[in-house]
Design a protein around this ligand. Structure first.
Ligand code: SF4
Ligand code: SF4
Length: 421
């Protein structure tokens, strides 16, 4: 535990009203202040890392709303990552948990070919109806509860992935003003490759040449958020090697969860003399797509979309993790035809939070229920959000509520408006 960061907490409690798990339970132990007190007890050798500590850290969403609210600027993201890593290192973890972590973090999210192969199989079974036949069959009762939830919540896989939709080098039609790299992600790559394509088109419309290296890997946020720092570092090194950093003005990410992690490669690789300087240079070049478009002067589409009312749900790791809140709204407001209406509690977690909807189904559902009520109250036709996990969670919640509200990314709406020309 980083004792210096733990000590920064002055126990003021300003973070408590913003913490979703505290609001759900009203218990100090489920608040940021309570969790930091536990971390301090571990650092002081007054508490052993074991099941109660692990359960509390697992109940935390890692949404970082507490970080935004904290007047002492406690870096909760760093504390959370270290606490989860301490749990993961605990040898008393159940065998099934170790197996599950080995398959997902140690293999699928480390090997792009394996994730794509799994994506192709899943996509094929979804398109042929085999997947639905299996999930609605009695066979499902033999699948362990957690895995059952994972299966039923699988994303709809797109027919083509990013490498089929995006060339390694894409040039704008007119003058090239900037040269940027694009991160295509892991889940984003198989379930939202069209959002990556839209991002390339939007960048090209704004005078950017786009480099998309084939050798890139998952950003490692899923490893970092789940306490697997060794593999998070491995992913960081591979990505730093994959991008021609010195020849790029920026490295663009369009997923809130990835961006928040990608900006901290320098901290992650601080102990690696070979990579630390390049990792710091990397951090300085990572830009969220909305942030970048506003920085370079967003070109407003001449024509627009059919009139629609759009609301915006903030990804926690975009607003709290990166401080990007107004920029996606500005992008939406720039699209002719779009009327933006504010969503109540737009910056409160939807309950997706990585694998939280699988590991903590009750809390996740409670947060999703609130979010769906606010979405329906907004009167919007479309909800825009910039993170694949949020997109999936909102689609599921709205679908179960019988709503036809469309869920999409701000950058996809902007790309549609450019195409309307
Ligand atoms: S990260 Fe979110 S859930 Fe965890 S303590 Fe902070 S506000 Fe609460
Ligand atoms: S707001 Fe910051 S300083 Fe105050 S209790 Fe929460 S984490 Fe500690």
């Amino acid at each position: 535990m980083d004792y210096g960061v733990v000590q920064q907490c002055m126990h003021c409690g300003m973070c408590l009203p913003t913490c979703p798990t505290y609001k759900l339970t009203n218990r100090e132990g489920h608040s940021p202040r309570g969790r930091i007190a536990l971390m301090r007890a571990v650092a002081d050798d007054e508490l052993e890392i074991g099941a109660p500590f692990a359960e509390e850290m697992d109940f935390c969403l890692g949404c970082l709303a507490c970080q935004t609210a904290c007047p002492a600027k406690v870096d909760y993201a760093q504390l959370f990552e270290v606490a989860r890593a301490a749990n993961a290192a605990d040898v008393r973890q159940p065998l099934m948990t170790r197996f599950y972590r080995g398959v997902t973090l140690g293999f699928l999210f480390r090997k792009p070919w394996a994730l794509r192969l799994m994506g192709r199989l899943l996509g094929w079974s979804q398109r042929t109806g085999l997947f639905e036949a299996f999930t609605s069959s009695p066979l499902m009762q033999w699948v362990p509860a957690k895995w059952r939830r994972l299966v039923t919540m699988s994303p709809r896989v797109e027919p083509a992935f990013s490498d089929a939709l995006i060339s390694p080098l894409e040039k704008p039609a007119g003058e090239t003003r900037f040269r940027v790299g694009l991160l295509t992600g892991c889940i984003q790559d198989i379930a939202y490759a069209s959002v990556n394509r839209d991002t390339v088109e939007v960048l090209a419309q704004n005078g950017c040449e786009v480099v998309t290296p084939r050798e890139q890997h998952c950003c490692g946020s899923i490893h970092g958020h789940n306490g697997d720092l060794a593999h998070a570092r491995e992913m960081a090194r591979l990505n730093v090697d994959a991008f021609p950093l010195a020849r790029l003005d920026a490295i663009i990410t369009n997923a809130g969860g990835c961006g928040s992690h990608l900006r901290h490669y320098g901290r992650l690789l601080a102990g690696d003399a070979k990579y630390v300087e390049r990792a710091k240079a990397w951090d300085g070049k990572v830009k969220d797509i909305h942030e970048w478009l506003l920085e370079i002067g967003l070109r407003r589409p001449e024509r627009g979309l059919p009139k629609m009312t759009v609301t915006y749900h903030e990804s926690c790791h975009l607003c709290h993790g990166q401080g990007i809140s107004s920029q996606p709204r500005e992008v939406l407001k720039a699209i002719p035809g779009v009327r933006l209406v504010e969503l109540k509690d737009a910056n409160v977690c939807c309950g997706s939070a990585g694998v939280y909807s699988i590991t903590q189904p009750e809390a996740s559902e409670a947060l999703l229920d609130d979010k769906v009520v606010h979405l329906l109250d907004s009167g919007a036709d479309v909800v825009a959000t910039a993170n694949p996990g949020c997109d999936l969670q909102l689609q599921r919640g709205l679908g179960e509520a019988g709503s036809g509200m469309r869920v999409t990314a701000p950058v996809s709406l902007l790309a549609e408006a450019y195409r309307a020309l």
